[in-house]
Design a protein around this ligand. Sequence first.
Ligand SMILES: [Fe+2]
Ligand SMILES: [Fe+2]
Length: 212
Amino acid sequence: MAKIESEATSLQEREGQSEGTSFTAMRDSTREDYQIIARYDAEFFAGLADRILSHLRLLGGTTGGYAVDRLTHSLQTATRARRDGRDDEYVVCALIHDIGDILAPANHSEFAATLLEPFVSERNRWIVEQHGVFQGYYFFHHLEGDRNMREQFRDHAWFGDCAEFCEKYDQNSFDPGYPTEPLESFEPAVRAVFKRARRTIYSAKGESKINE
Ligand SMILES: [Fe+2]
Ligand SMILES: [Fe+2]
């Protein structure tokens, strides 16, 4: 959190010292205004990986009744995926698949999938988006729910991929005795995945680095 605050402060300080825009309503903005804003946006975008890492750390310390806290669960899921030979993009998806637990407890899967959507393959995004339904196979029946809710996707091309993610990496990652790698070991992969957005509406013809 401190890092996010100091980053915002430094941007504000620079805004006070250097160029800024003059409009108070977007309808009055100019092309020059948005060239200035695009430069700020590019700098802010470059801090995305740090903001992801900071938010992941918020998952530490709260177990929700499980044997490990949510950060350890996330790290363990990513560790298992990496040790199984998955590439960086998949491992990062595993790492942040539950990042929505804090802000989106009612739809945490969709939250993480939306965050990942500009940066990863459609298959990896879908796995993260649907993992909540597929993970339910292991416990919905304990809550009077339908553990076979995932069957609605039985004919989907990526049914097996999502089922595999949950079976091999997610449902079994609540083990305090498993040798789980620290967050620092995943930082290079997080920085690589969130460096460049493949899909965004903010292309701005090269003025912004968002879409480089
Ligand atoms: Fe989850
Ligand atoms: Fe999970």
